[in-house]
Design a protein around this ligand. Structure first.
Ligand SMILES: Nc1ncnc2c1ncn2[C@@H]1O[C@H](COP(=O)(O)OP(=O)(O)O)[C@@H](O)[C@H]1O
Ligand SMILES: [Mg+2]
Length: 387
């Protein structure tokens, strides 16, 4: 019995209700016994009769005499006995109704808790689509609502995990199939063992390597497994560092960089390496997706308490219906074209997005459409020091 109560909230609730009922009835009995003589006497004298010799009642009425007083005492005793009997039956009836009511009440309070407990168990077994019904607006309903939100988030994480495994396997398979095919060709003598064949194989191996590096970086960035060293940084020197690094690549394609920095630009509050990484990603993409002899304009201007960077190119552009997806992992507008254009895995923008957001900024892209060039924007907090 004690063990049952210890393990069941409904039994605990029922017991506490019962304790309250018993206490209530007990007080009712005690109070009625204490008040009864006085109220009896009060009513009797109200009717013009001699008050009975009820305990505590002082009686001194010479006119009515002793015989009358004895009758009244007997009347009082009879009245008290019948009153107590009635009270006892009434208390019993009230107790039975109260116990039945509290049984159902405690069950209704415990029902949502039990539903959540069952749902949690199912989730532990891997059924993340579990939900509980939300009834009413009280604390239990709020708990159920938060539980459902948590279940939804876990479900999303699970779906994303499945997607990621599927995507990663798919991405790994492409270069692996190419390497395997070339090796088989070489062994069977179908492919000539020339420098070109080996370079092709090496190219695919490098692609694999890059993909694994990107994935590692993405997992680090998304798990926030890195320290941000936020400090005031000079915008112009950041941009120059990146354009200098990419100048050789730009020269090879005959693409020119144009810098357009607003005067009196404040410094930004950001992590130097991470901001360079974002700029390298965006300017690298602009170089990758802009045909020869194109132009890339890199600008920065102050917008309220922030600095807005933009990287505008005269490249292949991005169709409108793809714009909202390009920051998703592995998303490429044209997979085969992206492979030929330099073999991106579609993770670069995902990393840039995560890095900008981690530094309290925002990143987005605009493009008038295919062949119309694209502009990538990102904003970062400005340092409020005087420069
Ligand atoms: N400057 C750009 N011009 C046109 N398309 C772009 C540009 N930058 C990114 N994209 C599109 O967004 C996709 C995702 O970019 P990213 O994440 O850097 O992957 P990738 O590894 O393919 O470069 C690219 O495959 C490309 O389709
Ligand atoms: Mg890229």
């Amino acid at each position: 019995m004690i063990d049952y109560v210890r393990h069941h909230l409904s039994a605990k609730l029922l017991l506490s209700y019962c304790a309250i009922i018993v206490a209530g009835v007990f007080v009712l009995l005690l109070a009625s016994q204490a008040i009864l003589p006085a109220t009896f006497n009060h009513h009797m004298s109200g009717m013009g009769m001699t008050p009975a010799l009820a305990p505590g009642a002082s009686v001194n009425n010479g006119m009515m005499g002793n015989a009358n007083s004895t009758d009244m005492s007997q009347l009082y005793l009879d009245f008290r006995a019948s009153f107590n009997e009635a009270l006892l039956y009434a208390a019993l009836a009230a107790m039975i109704v109260a116990v039945i009511l509290s049984f159902y009440l405690s069950r209704s309070v415990v029902a949502p808790v039990r539903a959540m407990s069952l749902a949690t168990q199912r989730m532990t077994e891997g059924h993340y689509e579990e939900h509980v019904q939300v009834r009413g607006e009280d604390e239990l309903a709020q708990l159920a609502m938060h539980f459902n939100e948590m279940a939804e988030k876990l479900n999303q994480v699970e779906v994303r995990r499945h997607q990621l495994i599927g995507d990663v396997s798919h991405e790994l398979r492409t270069p692996l199939t190419a390497i395997k095919g070339s090796m088989e060709g070489l062994i069977d003598g179908v492919l000539p063992s020339t420098q070109e064949t080996f370079q092709q194989i090496q190219g695919e191996a490098e692609r694999l390597n890059r993909l694994v590096d990107d994935l590692q970086e993405l997992s680090r960035v998304e798990a926030h497994a890195y320290q941000l060293a936020i400090r005031p940084l000079d915008v112009s020197s950041l941009i120059q560092t990146v354009t200098k690094r990419l100048s050789h690549q730009a020269e090879l394609k005959g693409i020119s960089f144009q810098l357009d920095l607003a005067p009196n630009l404040p410094r930004i509050l950001a992590d130097e390496d991470r901001t360079i990484q974002v700029l390298t990603n965006l300017i690298g993409n602009a170089l990758q997706y802009t045909p020869e002899k194109g132009k890339i304009i890199i600008s920065a201007r102050r917008v309220n308490e922030r600095v807005q960077f933009s990287i505008q190119d005269t490249g292949i552009g991005i169709p409108r219906d793809h714009l909202s997806y390009i920051f998703d992992r592995f998303y490429r507008v044209d997979k085969s074209r992206s492979r030929q254009a330099g073999g991106g895995s579609g993770i670069g923008l995902t990393i840039a997005h995560a890095l900008v957001e981690a530094q309290g900024g925002r990143i987005w892209a605009e493009s008038a459409g295919e062949g119309q060039g694209s502009t990538f924007y990102f904003i970062l907090p400005a340092s409020n020091e005087k420069i």
